[in-house]
Design a protein around this ligand. Structure first.
Ligand SMILES: [Ca+2]
Ligand SMILES: [Ca+2]
Ligand SMILES: [Ca+2]
Ligand SMILES: [Ca+2]
Length: 347
């Protein structure tokens, strides 16, 4: 959604909060992990009807003309183009959506890599990305609270990680702990034994080529894996995955009770929660050492996440603008929203 539409969005959102009216679904209720990234509405004009690109702050360098965050190609730090988020000023490459799969409420994520990896496609998962993670800040303080994504180290499966020690407020200060998946067992250490396998109901990987772009991502232009060889383009890899909302909340609960993150006690999310969404790739399970989405490798990696990504919900809606705060009749919501805004400005 374009930032300029925020006030209307806010009115609708706030009206929903006060009346108890369920939010209108802004997209399909059934997620198609293999579905089109966007649709062409008229020549050269595109709409994001299902997958919602991450919003960019208005002053950020890597912002498309329609307000979305993109990542530069060939800026990964370890040399693997199949872990390099592709993208351009016209084509964002990190999206979320919400809906159901097999009747289960999900949050889905999609990223696009600069090089297609046949090992990922065949299910052997021996190539890159070794780790791709989406991190979320659920408390509005700019510090990431939980990471999630498909794990390709050891037995492939969907996993969570909690933050390691450190600030976790920028790429270089972000670390991740061991992988786990909530097992619902109280007084148990965070465990990975219940990690769901990757399957068609939670994972999808597709080749984005000149042949598939017209349907999978209209307007996409294939990108060179190396900027030093601008004419040597190769097909891109589109990776999508989905995680139950209930699993995210169970992971937050177990992080609070079983890993000492007491500040997450009682914290839950819904698809309408305003979260900070970040994405990165790594060759190892504990740090951001390949590509951070929305910032170049040559930029300062201490740049705060919340200065170059924006809080939004899983429907792609931004945090309401300050002008709408007057609509807040109750102090609680106003305080919540202003806290979010302040968190962004503090960056
Ligand atoms: Ca990149
Ligand atoms: Ca936080
Ligand atoms: Ca490419
Ligand atoms: Ca980057």
């Amino acid at each position: 959604m374009h930032p300029r539409r925020a006030p209307l969005c806010a009115v609708l959102s706030l009206a929903g909060l006060f009346t108890g009216t369920p939010f209108a679904r802004a997209q399909n209720t059934t997620i198609d992990l293999a579905g089109p990234t966007r649709v062409q509405t008229s020549p050269g004009v595109y709409g994001y009807t299902t997958w919602k690109p991450i919003l960019a702050p208005t002053s950020w360098t890597y912002r498309t003309s329609d307000g979305y965050l993109y990542d530069a190609p060939d800026d990964q730090q370890t040399g693997q183009s199949d872990s390099d988020f592709a993208g351009s000023t016209q084509t964002p490459a990190f999206f979320v959506q919400t809906g159901t799969i097999n009747g289960v409420e999900m949050v889905a994520m999609r990223v696009i890599f600069n090089s297609y990896d046949a090992n990922i496609a065949s299910g052997t998962y021996t190539g890159n990305p070794v780790n791709v993670r989406v991190g979320i800040d659920v408390t509005g303080d700019g510090k990431l609270d939980l990471f999630m994504g498909p794990n390709f180290q050891g037995t492939p499966g969907m996993v969570f990680q909690i933050p390691g020690t450190g600030a976790n407020t920028s790429p270089s200060t972000t670390t991740t702990s061991s992988v786990f998946y909530p097992d619902g067992v109280a007084n148990n250490a965070l465990s990975s034994t219940s990690s769901p396998a990757l399957s068609a109901s939670n994972f999808n990987y597709q080749r984005l080529s000149s042949a598939t772009a017209s349907t999978l991502y209209p307007g996409w232009v294939l990108q060179p894996e190396s900027l030093s060889k601008p004419n040597q383009t190769g097909d891109e890899g589109v990776m999508s995955w989905a995680i139950p909302v209930s699993a995210i909340n169970n992971a937050l609960a177990e992080a609070a009770t079983q890993a000492g993150l007491s500040y997450l006690s009682g914290v839950t999310i819904s698809p309408s929660s305003f979260l900070l969404w970040v994405a990165f790739t790594a060759t190892q399970n504990n740090s951001v050492n390949q590509d951070a989405y929305g910032i170049k490798a040559s930029d300062s990696q201490t740049t705060p996440w919340n200065s170059f990504t924006s809080y939004m919900d899983a429907f792609g809606r931004p945090v309401p603008e300050p002008a709408t705060y007057g609509l807040c009749l109750g102090g609680g919501l106003c305080g919540f929203l202003m806290l979010r805004r302040r968190g962004k400005r503090a960056a």
